[in-house]
Design a protein around this ligand. Sequence first.
Ligand code: KIV
Ligand code: ZN
Length: 517
Amino acid sequence: MPESRNIVIFDTTLRDGEQSPGCSMNRGEKLEVAQALVDLGVDVIEAGFPIASPGDFESVRDIARNIRGATICGLARCNDKDIDRAWEALQDAPDARIHVFLATSAIHRQFKLKMDKEEIIRRAIAGVKRAKSVCDNIEFSPEDAARTEPDFLCEVVEAAIAAGATTVNIPDTVGYATPVHMGGVIRNLVERVPNIDQAVISVHCHNDLGLAVANSLASVENGAGQIECTVNGLGERAGNCALEEVVMAMRTRGDHYHVETRIHSSRLVPTSRLVSHITGMRVQRNKAIVGRNAFAHEAGIHQDGMLKERTTYEIMRPEDVGFTKTDLVLGKHSGRAALADRAEELGYHLEEQQLAEVFAAFKQLADKKKEVYDGDIVALVEQRNTQIADQWQMVAYEVHVSAGAKPTATITLSRSDETRTCAKQGGDGPLDAIFRAIEQITGKSVVVHDFRVQSATPGKDAQGESMVVVEYEEQLYRGRGVSTDTVEAAARAFLNAINHIEIGVSGTAVAKRGRTV
Ligand code: KIV
Ligand code: ZN
């Protein structure tokens, strides 16, 4: 049996993942995700692109200052300003990495950069050297590497390593590669770059053809030692290589890959849930590894086989990836410790004050519902995370709906020591009336871009979870709300989005597709 190699897991959920339209996170949310990534066992966290905006800078700095247990990485183009800004954000991390990139393919050289090959090599060397002058751990990415001429790619990679790069990352920026192609790109570097043994080869695959995981695995087979990936496969356009899929493929097929990672696989589902809740990007039911149906056996023949011997139809155990064995958990007699334990299993570590708040909400819910499920607990914890101190709180609401008449809503909100009430008619239904009343009280007029309500758990008495995206001054803001009353959940979600505007949480530019990287 060949000896196992370790594969470095480089997570870019907070950088490439956050670039997905509608996936922006605020500073607190990014810290929460970063901590979850450490708990999951990732080796490197790409925390952001510090030059992109003051918000990105502050988030990378927060993570560098507060998160321990992983290398913290920041992205920079190959120019002094970007690199200096990245280092300014990263310098307090005990273990930092600067990731510099420059496009190398003919199409990018000609149309985007208007640079010839010599200029690219010169800038790549200068960028790596500048970064190396402040930080030992340097990653260099030739952007669009998969479409770069093989000879030129070898030249650039050799020059970057000679200049001090300790990791050379090979991106399939546009998701064009196929597994045989991508494997060949990596093999070519292994065989032809003379100093390749002085750096780790990394791979960064996009999913435009649905091949990001397959291409990453092919790269590992051909010598890659680091995979760049994101939780739930978030990322530009169709996303990046999904962390949970690539890790479980290597683990489940260890007989073939002979590699290991530091990932605690039982944290995969909790981390997936957390990222999904924070970004508002739902995980499709049949998504491999973390989808709700990933381990559900419907066909009679399969169920029969499973009962006789689990391995007839199951290649992984649900508990290996963090699905809990039972879903029915707590009731109104359950105590604080039981709630804390269950929350921990679901991926949330609650400090004393947080636990006290969630426990109070849990007791109220348990009075209304006989059985409190995992989904309810996730919703309660997430609801607490969305509450913003000292902003508008909902005190009361009343809605009148009857056939043939316009619905009316009366809302009372309070903030610090002021309380205001407003009644409005809705042209398009009761929610329209509620949203208008909230707009009137808060003085914030917004456009609703997206609005959803889903149940957190099965059953008629399920809690409704609502998610709303609103536009205000060309920025998009997300809000979430939870209640056993779906109208109230929607009102809370709308108010939460308005509160985000009020406290100046950075929104997402409406036309996000035009971003630099
Ligand atoms: O897709 C890409 O090429 C990137 C680079 C910045 C690594 O995200
Ligand atoms: Zn990318």
